[in-house]
Design a binder for this molecule. Structure first.
Ligand SMILES: NC(=O)c1ccc[n+]([C@@H]2O[C@H](COP(=O)([O-])OP(=O)(O)OC[C@H]3O[C@@H](n4cnc5c(N)ncnc54)[C@H](OP(=O)(O)O)[C@@H]3O)[C@@H](O)[C@H]2O)c1
Length: 328
């Protein structure tokens, strides 16, 4: 697997990051450990979890899976969502971040977190409070680098400005939702990250599994899949509109042409988008992981790029269209 620099951070990460959201949930501990080993054997060195995945179990399983291998891995986790029963066990306050980082270090059974990410914008905590607390964690050696996830462009730009103005450690990475189906970050966030040299770590590169091509338009979503098992189908299936089905079909055609799987084509596409550092791949078992690991080491040709661009085109809206027009 190719190594890429983690934005402005002075370290290298593999071009695929292994997501641990399924650990302790769809994947039991033995399967999760086997997936970590397979990923490391394939040259991967980057693993992403969060304090809230499976109520902390994902971090625990990840920590045990990395026993004796911790030094080989760039380990990322997150803070922001509800981590306990109290009204203050949530958010990006000094109190919650400080308590959450200690709990994550304990569960991960490690002395340090390589990349500590805020999981989502928090309307309650001021950026000054959040950024100065995160900066302290860096200086205390508990975390090496900072990242943001699920921020809008103004929120990220403001954070970078405050960090620069106050001499605080800036975010080195952004973890946004990004796939052939969900390309919204191409309007603002991706250009911002490229301009400010932030690493971009797309989550849900298969749009939760849709881009693997396993769902069929006229059929119910099968049980034993994220889509079929979702308690609130709307959170999963709202993207299954005509545009999404057209993209699934275009990906399938490219895959058939190349003798690859749909998942491999969709992940290859995102791994090679300008500005992307490492998409975070998710899997419930070794078969899926092996499939997804086959997404690197080859290139889509011009004709296939065009077919995918055509199928996944989306309205840019104002003022993006206006600015593009002004340049012609
Ligand atoms: N920052 C955030 O807010 C945020 C949000 C979500 C995820 N993440 C991170 O991003 C990682 C990846 O997200 P994701 O799991 O949503 O990624 P994804 O790649 O879009 O979806 C992964 C799911 O798709 C299905 N799948 C994967 N490979 C497949 C294959 N080859 N063939 C058929 N089905 C396949 C599996 O689900 P089924 O088998 O159940 O269908 C798998 O769990 C997570 O582990 C987490 O680290 C972050």
């Amino acid at each position: 697997m190719e190594l890429r620099q983690l934005g402005g951070a002075g370290i290298s990460v593999s071009e695929l990051c292994l997501g641990a959201m399924t650990f302790g949930r769809e994947a039991d501990e033995a399967t999760s450990k086997a997936m970590v080993d397979r990923f490391l054997d394939a040259g991967g060195n980057f693993v992403d979890t969060a304090n809230v995945y499976s109520d902390g179990l994902s971090e625990e399983v990840t920590g045990r899976a990395l026993k004796g291998k911790r030094d080989q891995v760039v380990l990322a986790t997150k803070v922001r969502f509800q981590s306990g029963p109290g009204p203050n066990d949530v958010g990006l306050s000094r109190r919650h971040i400080r308590r959450a980082v200690e709990a994550s270090l304990r569960r991960l059974d490690t002395d340090w977190i390589d990349l500590y990410q805020v999981h989502c914008w928090d309307n309650r905590a001021s950026l000054d409070e959040t950024l100065s607390t995160l900066n302290d964690l860096v200086h205390e050696g508990k975390v090496c680098y900072l990242g943001a996830s699920n921020y809008t462009a103004w929120q990220l730009a403001k954070s970078l400005g405050i960090a620069e103005g106050k001499g605080l450690t800036p975010f080195a990475t952004l973890q946004p939702e990004y796939s052939l189906i969900t390309r919204d970050i191409e309007r603002e966030l991706l250009p911002l990250c490229r301009s400010e040299s932030l690493a971009v770590l797309p989550w849900s590169p298969l749009c939760g599994g849709i881009l693997s091509g396993k769902y069929r338009k006229e059929e119910d979503l099968p049980k034993g899949t994220r889509g079929g098992d979702a308690e609130e189908p709307i959170t999963f299936t709202y993207k299954l509109d005509d545009r999404a089905w057209n993209i699934v079909e275009a990906v399938r055609k490219v895959a058939d042409d190349l003798g690859k799987s749909s998942a491999q084509v969709a992940i290859n596409w995102i791994t090679n988008r300008p500005g992307v550092t490492s998409p975070i791949i998710g899997a419930r078992n070794l078969e899926q992981l092996d499939d997804n690991l086959g997404s690197v080491g080859w290139q889509l040709d011009e004709e296939h790029w065009k077919a995918l661009a055509w199928a996944s085109a989306f309205p840019r809206g104002y003022p993006y269209d206006f600015i593009e027009y002004a340049d012609h």
